[in-house]
Design a protein around this ligand. Structure first.
Ligand code: DGT
Ligand code: CA
Ligand code: CA
Ligand code: ZN
Length: 636
């Protein structure tokens, strides 16, 4: 997935570089203060958009090579700050305050009520902003260590709603949090990789930046970032000044190491980054080596040795005379070892080398194979866009059909629908679908608009839109604690697509939750199991469901199992996905988008499917809409 960053950087390349003044506040300090303010606002339960504007500003600031303190100085052009993307009027005023006084009024006010370390507490189960604030005012506890001590001493038991059960759950949550604290989710890691790549690319003579390591292999979380850089500026005779550029990037928090062609540093959030600058001639060997995994590399080196070769981060060489056999590209290296090219997602030493030798690697699914997205929300429940907006965004992304699946009534905080509303919503969805079909027939509307635009842009292999885009009427219906469903059978019978999901009762025993899901599967109207394990990456363990039993039941009833692409979910691990395929489950990959922007999540789902060796044919929403509908569990 995350391929090389070859694109041109847009934006704030400075024409005049102002000198940095030592005693002025540096960018990273400003970014830290803005980020801290975002944390305090979050504890205060502020509007998410407001919180995000501080986080965005912090990112924009640390991305700047110009000194913000200079730009915010009283003598500077007042427009200078505003020219930075992500900084508006209000934020510019905040930054001026920070630079002039070291703080700003709102931050001071928040700091009189909270501590920034309380943000960590929000990451624990059962700890929302209100609880965290109550805890602090009652006990002064503001960080995880203090909370753990208090919980172990039994000090929390006297506080409202914090009984023994809560305390036990909390202690387990603290343990999990500690274990996961040093890892970062794939989407977070990728955002950082892109931001760093944009900065590195500002140096002339750098052509390609590729994230290697676990990020390139598509693991759902990564320990650190491994960025490989090449271009004329990376040839060994000149690499020193490019290394200097990387070692002085504005977003570096701590510089850990700096070698001839390697720089290691950490970002403010603790993420470690290893950057290696490499000559073109050995880029492929380095890419192969630093992509890993370690086990894949060990097996590959053994294969090399059997052929009288030796494989290193510099080249594949002949043992007898050190002649280079391959080094510039990974393809050459794999081919010289008599292997088909192995996609990074497969490099876990789980049979990929044998399969590559026998030319039996699967043709892995790609983003473009997906034709329909069957799980998304609109303003009818907790989404932020309309039916029409979701459809237009899906068309823009090249999809052929979607299902709108708002929540059912159990999730009252999301505005979930009762039977009557579900049917009325379905009627509106179908009306919108019909409207699109009419527009299509008259050669107007979003499908034709997109086609004409791409045509004008000179797109290759463009085909005229063949059939009208379809919006299917669905619902994400809650599975109640006892395994019954939140809508009447008669209602479900009138929908095109029915997803059944669990959003409650996470404390059920393994037997209870397994029984609950099996019972739901017996309902003949259930067609798709939504986010079937309920895990939250690095945050919440899956429900204690017996996954084998669940998948077996789904296969027996012809229920499709959803792989949810939200990067915090990606519900089914690669192992579960492989198991699902072996058991003959129908699989479906969805975005669960709550906003048009969230369609881009699909790639995080796809990358896990690839890690599970899956092809387009292993998913049912890679089919055209009629075939897809025919693949769903038939209605009684
Ligand atoms: P992570 O960062 O924990 O999510 O996982 P990786 O796979 O990115 O591991 P990392 O960052 O330690 O190393 C990146 C790649 O470099 C790794 O996948 C394989 C290669 N590599 C690093 N150290 C060694 C080593 O000592 N032996 C071998 N064979 N390969 C190594
Ligand atoms: Ca790594
Ligand atoms: Ca590393
Ligand atoms: Zn959903």
């Amino acid at each position: 997935m995350p391929s090389s960053y070859n694109h041109r950087v847009r934006g704030n390349r400075a024409s005049v570089c102002l000198p940095r003044t030592k005693d002025r506040m540096d960018n990273i300090t400003i970014a830290r203060l803005l980020d801290e303010t975002a944390a305090l606002l979050e504890i205060d339960g502020a509007d998410p958009f407001r919180i995000r504007s501080y986080r965005r500003a912090a990112e924009a600031v640390e991305q700047q090579t110009l000194s913000l303190a200079e730009l915010a100085a009283p003598e500077a052009d007042p427009k200078a700050l505003l020219s930075i993307a992500g900084i508006g009027k209000g934020m510019a005023a905040n930054i001026r305050d920070l630079v002039a006084t070291g703080t700003m009024p709102m931050r001071d006010e928040l700091l009189s009520k909270y501590r920034p370390s309380m943000l960590e507490l929000l990451k624990l189960p059962g700890m929302g902003p209100k609880t965290v604030a109550m805890l602090y005012s009652a006990t002064g506890i503001a960080d995880i260590d203090a909370l753990e001590e208090a919980a172990k001493r039994g000090d929390l038991l006297s506080l409202p709603r914090m009984g023994q059960k809560f305390t036990d759950k909390l202690l387990k949550g603290i343990e999990d949090h500690r274990r996961n604290a040093s890892r970062f989710r794939i989407d977070v890691a990728r955002d950082h990789a892109e931001r760093i790549a944009a900065l590195i690319r500002q140096f002339p003579g750098i052509e390609t930046i590729t994230p290697a390591g676990s990020l390139r292999r598509g693991k759902e979380s990564v320990g650190d970032l491994d960025l490989l850089v090449t271009g004329p500026a990376c040839e060994s005779s000149v690499v020193a000044s490019a290394v200097e550029h990387v070692a002085t990037l504005p977003l570096i928090d701590k510089l850990l190491a700096r070698g001839q062609n390697k720089v290691s540093f950490t970002l403010r959030n603790g993420l470690q980054v290893d950057v290696r600058l490499l000559p073109r001639a050995s880029y492929g060997a380095a890419l192969q080596y630093f992509t890993g995994s370690k086990h894949h590399n060990v097996a590959l080196r053994q294969r090399a040795i059997k052929r009288g070769l030796t494989l290193s981060e510099y080249a594949l060489m002949r043992l007898e005379d050190n002649a280079i056999v391959a080094a510039a590209t990974e393809e050459e290296i794999y081919n010289a070892l008599e292997l088909d090219y192995i996609a990074p997602e497969l490099r876990e030493n789980s049979g990929e080398i044998d399969a590559a030798a026998r030319h039996e690697l699967p043709r892995l699914i790609t983003l473009h194979d997906v034709r329909g997205d069957l799980h998304m929300h609109t303003t009818e429940s907790d989404g932020v866009n309309s039916i029409r907006q979701m459809a237009e965004a899906a068309i823009e992304r090249g999809l052929d059909y979607i299902a709108i699946t708002d929540h059912s009534k159990l999730l009252s905080m999301t505005g979930g629908m009762d039977d009557k509303r579900a049917l009325a919503h379905a009627a509106r969805i179908r009306a919108e679908s019909d409207r699109l079909a009419e527009e299509f027939a008259e050669q107007r509307g979003p499908q034709w608009a997109r086609y004409r635009r791409l045509l004008a842009e000179g797109a290759q292999d463009l085909v005229e839109p063949g059939i009208p885009f379809r919006i299917l009427a669905g619902c994400e219906c809650d599975i109640l604690l006892d395994g019954t469903l939140d809508l009447e059978d008669d209602t479900m019978a009138q929908l095109d697509v029915l997803i059944a999901s669990i959003h409650s009762g996470f404390n059920q025993t393994p037997e209870e939750v397994t029984e609950r899901i099996l019972r739901a599967c017996e309902n003949p109207y259930v067609q798709i199991l939504g986010h079937p394990t309920g895990r939250k990456v690095l945050k919440r363990d899956p429900y204690k469901v017996d996954v084998s039993k669940m998948l077996t039941a789904a296969a027996r009833y012809g229920i499709a199992v959803e792989h949810n692409s939200a990067p915090e979910r990606t519900d089914l691990s690669d192992l579960h996905l492989r198991q699902a395929k072996e058991l003959g489950c129908k699989l479906i990959v969805n975005t669960d988008a709550h906003a048009v922007e969230e369609f881009t999540r699909l790639e995080y789902g796809i990358v896990q499917l690839r890690r599970a060796w899956l092809s387009a044919a292993d998913l049912i929403n890679t089919q055209p809409v009629e075939a897809f509908l025919a693949s769903l569990r038939p209605r009684p």
